[in-house]
Design a protein around this ligand. Structure first.
Ligand code: GLO
Ligand code: MG
Length: 382
């Protein structure tokens, strides 16, 4: 049975989403490394991880749990449907393991119908279909008692700027997200404490309509009828690093705006495509990750950290698809613990009066537990 909370400052709960641990590790240049895994088996794996004390929460897209058929937009309400039975079977496993569900998000990227976007699709019929799919996701989320609905930009973006209806496109998006709030109210779903926008600069499309955390906050205040209900879940280091932005800056800004609802966590080589590396894995980002948690503690933020990343394709073991997935969960949790321990060392930092360079070098020395004398000893030949 998982503990009710993690509560090591600033992290309240650690979450491993269905889509991350279930990922079969295909990429544009090669097919899946791991066999497809049924959603009930993913739930069991998450339950085992909770049992080991590695996570307290999970999250899902509608499509991660049950398939979607555009001809049956309300199959989740039909007690005779496979969807109905499957959702309840999954819920039983998660409940028994004491796992909280942090977000429900609607998959508006996978089906080819949405190749020109979901909530911003230029075809009004497809926008209406996207809204129906979002409503089904909200109902599924209510069944699981999830805390947030998340809108990830998915395929809401463009390759060809001269073929975008700039006069209307942000109105369509606002209409879709205002619809999330209205539906939650209409259905009296009390489980939702808010909804979030997850920005991303590019991929899967050339440019996305809400590329950064700053764009998302501006959109919330400029376009949404209930700005208090909406926040942002930045994906750090990945999404903002793709646009060469800095994670410490992003969390500092969002926390000051009271819009940092929770974190998607992983690692990234700056300016590349979405690497989705597990946290602290890969050649870059150690300092940035540690400083991000230091800044979160400094501003007193507390919240859920969700491992939104994939196992390295090279670590996928087709002969042990469950074992390698469990190892991936352990790696993420080990990386978070490492980051928090290193950030804890930084709490002793007293940069006042130091030059920027000296403040940074002191932070590195603190983080690496180097004593000043030893460093001095390696500095000069005298
Ligand atoms: C991909 C995103 C993706 C979202 C998820 C939640 O770039 O990070 O994993 O977080 O679909 O909406
Ligand atoms: Mg994400």
């Amino acid at each position: 049975m998982a503990k009710k909370g993690y509560n090591i400052d600033p992290v309240t709960l650690r979450s491993m989403p269905f889509w991350c641990v279930g990922n079969p590790l295909g990429d544009p240049f090669g097919g899946a490394v791991l066999p497809k895994i049924d959603s009930l088996d993913v739930a069991k794996l998450l339950a085992a991880a909770a049992g080991e004390g590695l996570i307290e929460a999970t999250s899902f897209h509608d499509d991660d749990l049950v398939p979607w058929d555009p001809a049956k937009p309300e199959d989740d309400l039909d007690p005779k449907s496979e969807t109905y039975a499957k959702l309840r079977a999954i819920k039983q496993v998660l409940d028994k393991a004491g796992l909280t569900v942090n977000i429900a998000t609607c998959g508006l990227h996978g089906d080819k119908l949405f190749r020109k976007g979901g909530l911003t699709n230029p075809d009004p019929k497809l926008r209406a279909l996207a809204k129906k799919k979002v409503q089904r996701t909200l109902r599924i989320g209510a069944l699981f008692g999830v805390k947030y609905y998340t809108y990830w930009v998915a395929r809401d973006g463009f390759e060809v700027p001269v073929n975008v209806d700039w006069k209307n496109v942000y109105k369509w998006l606002a209409d879709g997200l205002n619809g999330v709030y209205d539906y939650i109210q209409k259905m009296k779903f009390t489980n939702y404490i808010g909804a979030t926008i997850e920005p991303k600069p590019n991929e899967p499309r050339g440019h996305m309509f809400l590329p950064t955390a700053g764009h998302a906050v501006g959109f919330i205040y400029g376009h949404l009828k209930h700005p208090e209900f909406f926040g942002v879940n930045p994906e750090l280091l990945q999404h903002e690093s793709m646009a060469l932005l800095n994670a410490v800056h992003t969390v500092g800004y969002l926390a000051s705006m009271k819009k940092l609802f929770f974190l998607h966590f992983g690692s990234q080589i700056k300016a590349q495509f979405d690497n989705d590396f597990p946290p602290l894995i890969g050649p870059e980002g150690l300092k940035e990750t540690v400083q991000m948690f230091w800044a979160l503690r400094q501003v007193g933020w507390k919240g859920v950290v969700e491992y939104d990343c994939h196992m390295l394709r090279t670590d996928g073991d087709p002969d042990d698809p469950i074992g390698c997935r469990m190892a991936f969960i352990r790696d993420c949790t080990q990386a978070l613990a490492t980051s928090l321990l290193l950030a804890d060392r930084l709490m002793e930092l007293a940069p006042a009066g130091l030059s920027d360079a000296q403040a940074d070098l002191s932070a590195t020395a603190l983080m690496c537990k180097l004593d000043a004398k030893s460093v001095q000893g390696w500095m000069t030949t005298k």
